[in-house]
Design a protein around this ligand. Structure first.
Ligand code: BG6
Length: 375
């Protein structure tokens, strides 16, 4: 029996599954009235967590993009240094890790060979490991000291969507938990963070209503052969994953880049043949976010002067970006560290509709597999 739930492809079903996957991942682990995040499955005692000097996050593909966002979350909420590595590169840099460094491996399948090898290397050097996985009792989950399962449900499509947003939520939960354990966050602060996190499933459901707009954009941009995706700070990993989604399912070349780096090279590419997709949301309660937003507005203006075409992801009600960009998809207001959960959704939808418009096998793109179990 076809279990696509009436959707034409698993990828679209899984994009629309995201509110449920987020609820199932978040709700069992938070208590707003108690101002607590409960992650008993971490199975590493508080003293060890308090003694940590650094965290290494290691993953592949879309899971590494979640790890990149997790770096901003943990460094901002816990004040603890975080490094992020490609699993396939980890062994080559002779990672200097031991009992004071925690290694977090992120993996939807729990079977990726590069990530399995990276976790084994970390353990061999005395580092405790925590796996964030979407598959119970997977190899990587079984070999970790602690396992934080995302509850996104089975992800069939090769391009990862609902697992990614569930990983983002899980990393935010872990950052708040770590802040709680290490005394960086008060009960009231934990209460605020958990309340905001609990609002995300409904906000993602709201963004999903932009699906028709994304389908129209895919038709309008369908002849384009190259895209540049740009994001600053925690939005840079979102740009990276938006570009990866487009590459994976539509075979169109796309590059994710930090927005501030465009002037160091990519600007030379921007003209009417190479559209820019820029994440230009703004958390107006966050002074840093406002400053970055103002820089993004200046970037959009300069791209337009280069006769570039600009598609923007902006915050609801933003008339400035809407007037400057050629096309804008809006997402609800959210705090800076949580907004990636919303911003990736229109990019997932855009990539999906681009692939459909090209008549490609969306769920099984050429040359790719769901889990690379051999190095
Ligand atoms: C690739 C998948 O093979 O592996 C990607 O096509 C995925 O979607 C990457 O992000 C990592 O897989 P996992 O299961 O370790 O998250």
């Amino acid at each position: 029996m076809d279990d696509k739930g009436g959707f034409p492809h698993y990828m679209l079903k899984e994009i629309f599954d995201q509110p449920q996957g987020l609820r199932a991942t978040i709700e069992p682990r938070v208590s707003v009235e108690d101002g607590l995040v409960r992650l008993d499955e971490v199975r590493i005692i508080a003293d060890e967590l308090c003694a940590l000097r650094r965290i290494n996050i290691v993953a592949s593909g879309t899971s590494r993009h979640a790890g990149m966002a997790g770096q901003y979350m943990i460094q901002e909420l816990v004040n603890l240094p975080v490094d992020v590595d490609y699993a396939s590169e980890f062994e080559y840099r002779n990672p200097l890790i031991g009992k004071h460094e925690l290694t977090i491996v992120i993996t939807q399948s729990g079977e990726t060979a590069d990530t399995t090898a990276a976790q084994r290397l970390a353990r061999s050097r005395g580092s405790r490991t925590i796996a964030i996985s979407n598959v119970v009792d997977s190899t990587i989950a079984r070999e970790a000291d602690g396992v934080l399962y995302t509850h996104a449900g089975p992800e069939i499509s090769i391009a990862s969507t609902k697992a990614f947003t569930a990983q983002l939520a899980m990393l935010y939960l872990f950052a708040v938990y770590l802040g709680q354990v290490r005394g960086k966050l008060s009960k009231e602060q934990v209460r605020v963070h958990t309340r905001e996190l609990l609002e995300m499933p409904a906000k993602v459901a709201n963004v999903l209503q932009s699906a028709p707009d994304c389908e129209r954009l895919a038709r309008r941009y369908n002849a384009v052969q190259d895209f540049l995706f740009l994001g600053r700070a925690i939005h840079y990993p979102v740009a990276m994953d938006g570009a990866l989604k487009l590459k994976e399912v539509s075979y169109i070349h796309a590059e994710g880049y930090p927005t501030g780096e465009a002037k160091h090279g990519p600007n030379a590419l921007i003209d009417e043949t190479l559209p820019v997709v820029i994440i230009a949301t703004c958390d107006c309660n966050d002074a840093g976010s406002v400053l970055r937003y103002e820089k993004n507005v200046a970037n959009i203006k300069s791209f337009k002067q280069q006769s570039g075409r600009v598609m923007a992801i902006a915050s609801e009600g933003d008339e400035v970006v809407c007037k400057l960009a050629d096309h804008t998809v809006f997402v609800p207001q959210a705090s800076e560290l949580l907004s990636p959960i919303l911003e990736i959704v229109p990019l997932q939808l855009f990539a999906y509709y681009m692939a459909v418009a090209k008549g490609l096998d969306v769920d099984r793109p050429r040359n790719l597999v769901k889990s690379v179990t051999r190095e």
